[in-house]
Design a binder for this molecule. Sequence first.
Ligand code: COA
Ligand code: AMP
Length: 621
Amino acid sequence: MGGYDEAYRHSIEHPDEFWAEAARGIDWDVAPATVYGDGRWFPDGRLNTCHNALDRHVAAGRGEQAALIYDSPVTGVVRTFTYAELLDQVARAAGMLRDLGVRAGDTVVIYMPMVPEAVVAMLACARLGAVHSVVFGGFAARELAVRIDHARPKVVVSASCGIEPARLVEYKPLLDAALEQAGHRPDRCVILQRPQCQARLTEGRDVDWARAVQDAEPAACVSVAATDPLYILYTSGTTGSPKGVVRDNGGHAVALHWSMPHVYGAAPGEVYWAASDVGWVVGHSYIVYAPLLAGCTTVLYEGKPVGTPDPGAFWRVVSTHGVRTLFTAPTAFRAIKKEDPSGSFAKKWDLSGLRHLFLAGERLDPDTYHWASDLLGIPVIDHWWQTETGWPIAANCVGLESLPIKPGSPTRPVPGWDVHILDADGGDCPPGTDGAVTVKLPLPPGALPTLYRDDDRFRRSYLERYPGHYLTGDGGHLDADGYLYVMGRIDDVINVAGHRLSTGAMEEVIAAHPDVAECAVIGVADQLKGQLPMGFVVLKAGADRDPGELERELTALVRERIGPVAAFRRAVVVARLPKTRSGKILRATMRDIADGRPYATPSTIEDPATLPEIAEAMGGK
Ligand code: COA
Ligand code: AMP
């Protein structure tokens, strides 16, 4: 394999050649004659993603190799599925969905915990050419309802419950509540009954997963256009309505398949573990699709880094399943470090098979980098990407060439990604100068072609600010060696424990409280979770409220409307919010105050006295 510089240059100067070569790693029903045309990758190619993830490996003799290891400390179950077994289950589940009327192009919402059936349901949709939309289990009924209304699924697939260390989360009542709130009615709901909790099924609408799968005839793969959607994944934007990121079949399969050996250095037959959740993009790309496209064994872990049962949980999984590549969020390592600062639990397990630790989802702070690196004695690789991009934009591509690591930087742009740091006028910033991190168009295969049923919002959100470039929403800089430093979002998206959330959505919920006149929610730095949301609330005239009681009410409201994953627990009452003369809330300055950074009073401020008021209100918080 050539070095990084050569591969990168080739990908930018001759993208057609570069991606045509990568496309040879995929089985096509109709091989694409055109690599890129009309703004889409492989526009005349046809394939099936599930075939590439399962059938072709079985046909090539990998049938008896483990495809998926389900390891669930919260239920005490460990179960391995070979490629042949997984294919059988997926083909039957596809048959079940087909019996329920699901056809190519239909949407299916999947609202499930980290159980093998979630992966099976995703691949079954792919097999039929249906479009799945997985909703993370930590969201509340209302968020699920919003997604159901937008995706308009023919069928919803769910389970009786999820299992959090401290409680059972009954999914079925949440689904029922969501369907009551939603305007759209799916034809059917398929419910997986877990032994921990039996859900009450609604006659005529709900179907029992086990029974329906048992009765179903296996379905064959349906050939789809490379440009047909594989899935929709809703992610937080700056408002309360989430963005439906669309992923196509062809570009996605090519890019993810390419990324496994080149970015991650992972070979077929190896065990690859992304400790994330199928509800997030990391779960889609690196629990489900990429490892299977590459013929690896993937691990589906239903547990936490700590408390299931102890901070040695990750080391047990790595050691017992022979994990070669581990991928998780820095917050997971901060959680382990907090409970086991000396790393004593890691010493109880044989970790000699682990070759690389990849971290993403939020900025990797140098402290966590050094701790993980000293503990494991292997390369710890920060890499940066987003739901929209589907795979890494910047990384140390260890399969191409291991570049020197600079703590605090996710190294250099991955081949295919032409990263530019732009100033307010659209000019390239010199090395070392912060600006907006953008990617020159076209984006490589695998990145979103649009937002579901909202081309307009796609253009407005990503393409309008800097014509010819994709706006990532992150700020940062390149150094003189071309290393990228991603410093944080330049919009109202925050990152709580590696989970992407919208402060705008929380503001909408808080503003609906009867005593609240207006409010602002910002992300403030937190040692464990990276950021935590914090609300600043102005009361309506005449509302005389005990601040502690109001805080509890607002906490409950955000939990009920957005979900526990928002981790909203702090709200302070202020007399006024700092604003510009045109009425824009000065959130960036509020963040500086909250994080204890020196702040400048913006010249556009309406009343400078509002800033010390914020600092004072935060005293004690
Ligand atoms: N279904 C239902 N509820 C869920 C859930 C799910 N799938 N996932 C999380 N929740 C709930 C939790 O129970 C918790 O509720 P609580 O307020 O009642 O305690 C809340 O949402 C917040 O969960 P979480 O973010 O997991 O925080 P935590 O305090 O329980 O654990 C960490 C902290 C750091 C251990 C945990 O956040 C973690 O493992 N993070 C890694 C994140 C990650 O993998 N991100 C993916 C990007 S790579
Ligand atoms: P998500 O879409 O949930 O994957 O979140 C994407 C956002 O998480 C990015 O826009 C960044 O703000 C942040 N992020 C992800 N990975 C990194 C990283 N390695 N370094 C810094 N920020 C990151």
